[in-house]
Design a binder for this molecule. Structure first.
Ligand code: ADP
Length: 611
């Protein structure tokens, strides 16, 4: 074994430390041990013993100014201080004592052998044992392959030590219902065997990041009270071809030993990507995938090992992996809806102290589109804010502010806008809100602010969806585009010039218009033909074109036409409502932040607007 490779600190490090300890021991402890056995006596006793011829060996240490001597049979060692005694040598000679130079070392030959030879050997052997054991553990057990590189390293949560239950996962009722069956099976596999039904071997949890896929897998283990092996797809992929495959083998071997149990592979797309058969493909990844496919085929449906896997790129998975018999069940874990968001907020609010009067529904409404992880983050941010402000619990205001922090970043305390810039931003934001409010189907405005944020936004209008929208009509989409263009339109109407502040609006309006034409079949010319296909549904939803160059030109033309039309509409609305636009912009400019109610109150006041 090439041991030098593995531990983080080189072995020589440990040996040098040991050597130092031994040297110290020799210098300090040995003389002490030897000294301990020497009895100190006065000079009189020494003379008396010499006279009585009771001295065996004697050593005169002039440099130390002492005399060391033994009794006749050499069992006891004595020490005494030296006196200026010219007859000393003669007296000792007469007493029949033997002159010797090494009394101390000779005192106990066994002890000195022990200390000088046996102890160092024992220490070194023990150190060697300890190090090799540590290395083995690191690599995964004594019977591991070469350095244990082929071991799975899966984290095992026996009996779900984290204790996550379905009740901890809020919302996601469909997913929970689907997984409940697995729990039921793990509790009582006999029931299923009796009928001859076999559980799916693999269940694929798909959904955007942070929607609770990992949590659900842990909850299944927690509910069914079985061991839970957790591993990330990327952990399988090693530097050497074949190592990942052997890790897969090892994982399944362990799982079968512990059955019934759950194996959870997070981010399975790291190994499960489509094999494209091109030159220079990733051999290691493909072998690992092949091994996974073989292992999944290799065990019978009813042996109690259930494989859960999570991914946010299901479309990139190899079809062989998702065919029935392997990952044959797919459980979508989608972004939570209004009710789900409220539930998730409440679950996480249990962990912090909150005021009693918090309106969770309102918070959930404001956080539209947020994932479970983001909601957890929002609650935590609120708690942090409360601490920062020296309060003992989080309030509604904390929660609302933390939503904005998560969406737009922290308030930029020292961003100083010029007066004119501030007026333009106020007018821009009111433009969005006014266009939204004047179009019948647009969602009402929740809050408008012109306090700059660290994300770079100089201000923003927070719109709130009233309920859950599953379908959107062409008119609603068009209105949305008009609302996006409302900010720029207001600048044009009031100031007669345009600024760079609308770049984000432009991006969003274009994206929406493009989707309407290329994917939703809302263009007059293309009927129900798709010009684009979405690639990463759960990761931003990038689309790739699937049409000829001529059609692309036509698509571009239509997108521009659509946005232009909505832009014109927004300008018309604002021109008609110019008075309100000015009044509201001024109000926002003074206050910096206004709520939806304030906005609506001014909008509906005395109706003297041009509307
Ligand atoms: P994923 O695996 O889907 O990326 P996780 O399961 O790791 O997401 O979730 C991350 C965190 O988000 C969790 O630890 C939890 O705090 C929170 N979370 C996500 N979804 C939920 C939910 N439905 N209920 C409660 N908390 C959730």
């Amino acid at each position: 074994m090439n041991e030098v490779k593995t531990p983080k600190k080189p072995l020589i490090y440990y040996y040098v430390i040991m050597l130092l300890i031994l040297l110290l021991f020799n210098f300090l402890a040995m003389p002490w041990i030897a000294q301990r056995q020497i009895r100190e006596v006065d000079y009189g006793t020494f003379m008396q013993m010499a006279e009585d011829k009771e001295i065996g060996q004697v050593e005169v240490q002039e440099t130390e100014n002492q005399i060391i001597f033994t009794d006749k049979d050499g069992t006891n060692v004595y020490k005494t201080g030296m006196m200026p005694d010219p007859d000393l040598t003669q007296m000792l000679k007469d007493s029949g004592a033997k002159f010797s130079g090494e009394i101390i070392q000779q005192t106990d030959p066994l002890l000195s052998i022990l200390l000088n030879w046996v102890l160092p050997i024992v220490v070194f052997v023990a150190l060697g044992q300890y190090l090799s054991k540590r290395m083995m553990n690191k690599m995964g057990g004594p019977n591991s392959m070469m350095f244990g590189m082929g071991k799975s390293n899966a984290k095992v949560y026996v009996k779900s030590s984290e204790g996550i239950k379905f009740s901890d996962v809020a919302g996601e009722d469909e997913a929970k219902e689907n997984l409940q069956e697995v729990v039921d099976y793990l509790h009582d596999p006999g029931k299923y065997k009796e009928i001859g039904a076999s559980m799916p071997k693999g269940i694929l949890l798909v959904g955007p990041p942070g929607t609770g896929k990992t949590m659900l897998a842990k909850a299944v283990a927690g509910e069914s009270n079985v061991p839970f092996f957790s591993m990330s797809g990327s952990e399988f992929v090693e530097m050497f071809v074949g190592m990942g495959a052997s890790k897969v083998r090892d994982l399944f071997r362990q799982a079968k030993e512990k059955a019934p149990c759950i194996v959870f592979i997070d981010e399975i797309d790291a190994i499960g990507k489509k094999r494209d058969g091109q030159m220079g493909g990733n051999d290691e990844r493909e072998q690992t995938l092949n091994q996974l496919l073989t292992e999944m085929d290799g065990f019978e449906g009813n042996n109690g090992v259930i494989i859960l896997a999570a991914t946010n790129r299901p479309e990139s998975l190899d079809p062989a992996l998702t065919r029935p018999g392997r990952f044959d069940r797919r459980v979508p874990v989608e972004l939570p809806d209004l009710k789900g968001r409220e539930d998730i907020l409440k679950v996480h609010a249990k962990k912090i102290k909150v005021a009693d009067d918090v309106d969770w529904e309102k918070i959930a409404r404001m956080a539209s589109g947020a994932s479970g992880a983001e909601l957890a983050n929002i609650v935590n941010e609120a708690a942090l804010r409360a601490v920062r402000d020296g309060r003992r619990f989080a309030t509604q205001a904390d929660l609302e502010e933390s939503i904005e922090v998560v969406i737009a970043g922290y308030q930029k305390k020292n961003a100083i806008l010029t007066d004119r810039e501030k007026r333009i931003v106020a007018c821009h934001e009111i433009g969005h809100a006014l266009v939204a409010a004047r179009q019948t189907n647009s969602a009402p405005v929740q809050k408008i602010t012109i306090i700059p944020r660290t994300s770079g936004a100089l201000g923003y209008t927070m719109q709130v969806e009233e309920g859950n929208h599953y379908l959107m009509s062409r008119e609603e989409l068009e209105n949305k585009i008009a609302t996006f263009t409302g900010g720029r339109a207001a600048e044009e109407v009031v100031f007669g010039s345009v600024t760079t502040g609308a770049s984000n609006d432009i991006e969003q309006a274009t994206k929406l218009a493009r989707a309407m034409i290329t994917r939703y079949g809302m263009s007059p010319d293309f009927d129900m033909v798709a010009q684009e296909t979405v690639q990463n549904q759960y990761l931003g939803g990038d689309a790739s074109l699937a049409c000829s160059a001529e059609t692309q030109t036509e698509v571009d033309r239509q997108v521009v036409e659509l946005v232009k039309r909505q832009h014109r509409k927004a300008i018309e609305i604002l021109e008609k409502d110019r008075k309100k636009l000015d009044e509201l912009s001024d109000y926002l400019y003074q206050r910096e932040t206004i709520t939806g109610e304030e906005f609506m109150a001014i909008l509906n006041r005395d109706g003297k607007s041009g509307n």
